[in-house]
Design a protein. Structure first.
Length: 229
């Protein structure tokens, strides 16, 4: 890339990603074999996974494994989800440009970044202060101005910014937190793993229609536990 192209792409680009990304090919392969071949069809979701530099969301020592078909440790006993699960959860909440999303369990910030590529604003809450701080710094560095993060227990949602068209919970709860259901907008979609920690959980989708909740079970998953302060 010559200098003019670099300047142009800096001006045009929404995010400040490093120019020479040595992982682009790995990322394209991840999208092809783990995401598209497994049935993810939503164009915006696919585009976001092709774009977001997942290797910048994992600890340095795991950088070269970032595009593998598995979750990875991110410190403090927590994990970044497997790429397919991130894509699945993103597609199922039907993200579009004008929607506002709430995520509980920021972790590395990868799921929030994927959503932020598509929707208007992402609010995200992380219970471990260090991870909240690290992800906030990462959002700033990568230029995600439409992600608003804070540290705290996400059980009570974020009433100040409710209602949300999309709510994604990325930690497994025994029961679906009632405040989150209350903060779901009409026609809103909430996805959450439900079940005991350390075991197989049920990924559930809740849709609010005429004020009533319709619940369905999607797939089996394994997430870290939803904690309480
Ligand atoms: N979405 C994350 C996945 C992180 S794992 C990513 O893309 O990397 C789930 C995260 O949920 C962990 O960081 C954990 O600390 C956090 N968590 C667990 N219980 C929580 C709660 N009650 N409120 C907010 N975050 C919580």
């Amino acid at each position: 890339m010559n200098l003019i192209m670099i300047i142009l792409s800096l001006i045009a680009g929404r995010n400040n990603f490093p120019q020479a990304d040595k992982y682009q090919e790995e990322r394209d392969n991840m999208v092809r074999f783990q995401i598209i071949d497994r049935g993810i069809t939503n164009a915006e979701t696919v585009k976001a996974l092709k774009k977001v530099p997942r290797h910048l969301f994992v600890p340095k020592e795991y950088e070269n494994e970032a595009y593998g078909d598995f979750p990875l440790p991110i410190g403090y006993g927590q994990t970044i989800s497997q790429p397919y699960i991130v894509a699945f959860m993103t597609e199922i909440v039907r993200p579009t440009k004008k929607k506002r999303a709430l995520e509980i369990g920021t972790g590395s910030g990868y799921q929030a970044a994927i959503l932020a590529e598509i929707v208007d604003t992402v609010y995200t809450i992380e219970i471990i202060p260090e991870l909240a701080k690290e992800s906030t710094a990462r959002f700033r560095k990568l230029g995600y101005r439409n992600i608003i993060g804070r540290s705290g227990d996400g059980y009570n949602g974020w009433a100040e910014h409710a209602p949300f068209d999309i709510i994604i919970v990325t930690a497994a709860a025994d029961k679906i937190p009632v405040p989150l259901i209350d903060q779901l907008a009409e026609n809103g979609r909430l996805v959450i793993p439900v079940g005991p920690s350390g075991a197989i959980q049920d990924l559930k989708l809740l849709v609010k229609k005429n004020g009533k909740i319709q619940t369905s079970s999607l797939i089996s998953v394994r997430f870290v536990p939803f904690k309480r302060l």
